[in-house]
Design a protein around this ligand. Structure first.
Ligand code: MSP
Length: 518
């Protein structure tokens, strides 16, 4: 059976994981978790892009074998996923045999179909972007910073007939207006396609680049970085084997805006089409995390945030919550330690943390650890129930539109409303009253606990461990299915679990976790 197949970009193996890498994997993980809560079987692939000049150079600089360097880097990136609760189903590395075999098969197939030819090329070459560039790529007369040094280069190379598919691609994009999310990015790609598309240089002579996959039809060349990397999306799910149909077409490639055009929106659909495969169903394009001053966060800028430091200091759930709450998918966002601390304090320690700790301690103190059933007594409880059920519907809707910022705000609104309800009903005062007040007390705590239970279920894609720990304190297991989640559908007769503070107060002042030095 075809599953929902979701991939992320595979990270370059020439550095350590930073916030941009972590965010993308967390976003993908949250999407998959939300899908599974809707009963959709999923397959989640991520991985590492290990070939190319930069990896070769880094290995040379360190006096290491490139494979040794990649093995260490792969452990580091996988470790990052582990720390961040990113539960991928498969991790593909482009130096794996399963990948290299498929890349070579595809190259052979395309060469036999006459889609690849050899010719001499003299052009301008960007060392950092590892591709030939054109005069028209200059911005205001200058080469974009991403290009690094641009040099003139003449060499024989192999080319893929990209240009001949330009009309097909334009037609495809026009007929599939929801191919790229957010939609304005699709318009940008169509704009890009107004200029004639050149054929794509897909090889590098081994004299210049050794660390790559050798062309099956010419041992003096390795394949070009994108032609290698993009194929991970099919090599990892058994292209050429029977099970491939269970995965392809991919339902979603999650990528950053810098690798949309031309790589994912132009090269990739055309490569697939030339091979005889359908394009992926959707590309989900997220923005960039920016450092203070609006600069892109990256290792080379020396302003990268180390995600693992945050996970270690404040817990992975707080970090996941922050990035998913703060970034509107598609737009850029700023990361600053002050912002992180402010959100942690207000949303997690204060709103969510307080609700949990006051409810559990009151149920322990006043109800002998029993969790009262959520009964409807008056308008306040009725309102709370309506709000909770509306939150379920809205969170489901927002998650299916990849709007995690909106979904989390919905849950936090429910949590804040529950806190306000408790403040109005003052259960601590009811506890001192007579038998009628004791009934109200039970009703009040029952309603509060039900809102918190529903909130925890809804927080699961963003904060898997915290959600489970909240539910454990409410004496219940996660339902694992949003389709049946409703007010009062948990088992009755529950008892509170062991108390635990999920989000301890942050005492520090100022910037306690500085950006990693260059
Ligand atoms: N190896 C290529 C992708 C090949 S996919 C077939 C690559 N690697 S990368 O390590 O540079 O980037 C991996 C992903 O992280 C990309 O989707 C990129 O957009 C994302 N991010 C890298 N820096 C980022 C930010 N500062 N903010 C958000 N995401 C960014 O490109």
């Amino acid at each position: 059976m075809k599953c929902f197949y979701l991939t992320t970009a595979i990270d370059y193996a020439n550095g350590s994981p930073h916030l941009g890498h972590a965010y993308e994997k967390i976003l993908a993980d949250a999407i998959v978790r939300a899908k599974r809560l809707e009963g959709v079987p999923c397959h989640f692939l991520t991985g590492l892009d290990e070939h190319g000049q930069k990896v070769q150079e880094t290995a040379e600089r360190l006096g290491q074998d490139p494979q040794f360097l990649c093995d260490a880097t792969a452990e580091e990136f996988k470790g990052m996923c582990g720390h961040m609760e990113v539960a991928y189903d498969d991790y593909v590395r482009t130096t794996e045999l399963r990948h290299k075999k498929v890349v070579r098969n595809i190259l052979q197939l395309l060469s036999e179909k006459g889609e690849i030819y050899r010719t001499a090329y003299c052009g301008l070459y960007s060392v950092r972007a590892e591709r030939f560039v054109q005069e028209k790529d200059r911005v205001g007369g200058q080469w974009p910073e991403d290009f690094g040094e641009v040099v003139e280069l003449r060499e024989e190379n192999y080319f893929f007939r990209l240009g001949k598919y330009q009309d097909w691609l334009v037609d495809f994009l026009q007929k599939n207006s929801d191919f790229i999310y957010p939609a304005y990015r699709q318009k940008q790609v169509l704009e890009f396609l107004k200029e004639p598309l050149n054929d794509l240089c897909i090889s590098r002579p081994k004299s210049r680049l050794r660390w790559g996959i050798e062309l099956p039809f010419d041992g003096d060349y390795v394949t070009y970085v994108w032609f290698d990397a993009l194929i991970n999306y099919i090599s990892a799910v058994g292209y050429g084997t029977e099970s491939f149909v269970n995965f392809w077409p991919a339902d979603m490639h999650v990528i950053g805006k810098d690798i949309l055009a031309p790589a994912h929106a132009v090269y990739w659909p055309i490569m697939l089409h030339a091979v005889g495969l359908p394009p992926p169903r959707h590309l989900l394009v997220h923005g960039w995390w920016l450092a203070r001053g609006g600069a892109k966060m990256s290792k080379s800028e020396g302003n990268a945030v180390r995600p693992m430091d945050y996970a270690a200091a404040y817990g992975p759930d707080a970090f996941r919550y922050f990035v998913l709450r703060e970034m509107n998918v598609g737009q850029d966002s700023n990361f600053s330690h002050e912002l992180f601390v402010a959100r942690y304090r207000s949303d997690l320690a204060n709103d969510l943390g307080n609700l949990l700790s006051r409810l559990v301690s009151m149920m322990n103190r006043y109800c002998g650890g029993n969790i009262p059933p959520p009964e409807i007594q008056g308008d306040s409880e009725k309102d709370l129930k309506i709000l909770a059920e509306r939150s379920i519907a809205n969170v489901r809707k927002r998650c299916s539109a990849y709007d995690f910022a909106g979904a989390l705000e919905e849950v936090l609104s429910l949590i804040r409303a529950t806190n306000r309800y408790l403040e109005r009903r003052e259960p601590w005062k009811l506890a001192k009253g007579g038998s009628e007040e004791q009934i109200f007390l039970q009703i009040c705590l029952g309603a509060g606990a039900e809102c918190l239970r529903i909130s925890a279920e809804l927080l699961f894609p963003a904060m898997p461990a915290a959600a489970e720990r909240i539910l454990a304190q409410l004496g219940v297991e996660r339902t694992g299915d949003w389709r049946t989640l409703a007010w009062d559908n948990a088992p009755a007769g529950r008892k509170t679990g062991e108390r635990a503070i999920l989000f301890p107060p942050i005492e520090e002042e100022g910037n306690a976790l500085p950006a990693v030095p260059a």
